[in-house]
Design a protein around this ligand. Structure first.
Ligand SMILES: [Zn+2]
Length: 177
């Protein structure tokens, strides 16, 4: 069924909560209402919402670059309550677990998108310059029409956030709205 899909990248307790293991800062907190509104909108229109979720083994390679975070099956790796509450589990809500920046690496995302065949993939979440950027790049490699919501993405690094938006727009051909 053609239509839109919403990707929600790493809106997890460890990134969004102030006491989370890898808190992304106040800019990340500011996008919660916007992302929640988008989740509600997509769910109400029976358009798919896909939560892309960091889920690491306790000794993951990534912890050489970042403090340990989002350990599989811990509360820190769960989607924040504000979003869980507006997307009750159902046909149109998916969870995709990843252990690298891209939502495609060693995950079922490609297959889910192949089945849905969306006209547009809308992207929200954190961090704009890391997991959002590397997932968007792979969406573009697969010729998806990508829309990134400016008020629905954030980073701990404002300069990198702006750079990534600009790259996505000018190099990857993404619509930034
Ligand atoms: Zn990670």
């Amino acid at each position: 069924m053609p239509g839109r899909v919403l990707l929600v990248v790493d809106m997890l307790n460890d990134f969004i909560r102030e006491d989370g293991a890898l808190y992304s800062g106040p800019e990340a907190v500011k996008i919660v209402d916007k992302v929640a509104a988008l989740v509600k909108e997509f769910v109400s229109r029976q358009e798919a919402v896909i939560f892309i979720m960091d889920a690491h083994a306790p000794d993951d390679l990534e912890f050489k670059r970042f403090p340990a975070h989002c350990i599989k099956d811990t509360p820190g790796a769960e989607v924040i309550a504000e979003l869980v509450d507006c997307a009750a589990p159902g046909e149109t809500v998916y969870k995709v677990y990843k252990n690298r920046y891209s939502g495609f690496f060693n995950t079922g995302l490609e297959q889910i998108l192949n089945e849905i065949e969306p006209d547009e993939v809308h992207v929200t979440g954190v961090c704009t310059n890391i997991c959002v950027l590397y997932t968007v790049e792979e969406l573009c490699n697969r010729d998806y029409q990508v829309v990134v919501h400016r008020d629905g993405v954030a980073s701990f690094d404002q300069e990198a956030h702006r750079w990534a938006l600009q790259q996505m727009e000018s190099v990857l051909g993404v619509d930034i709205i």
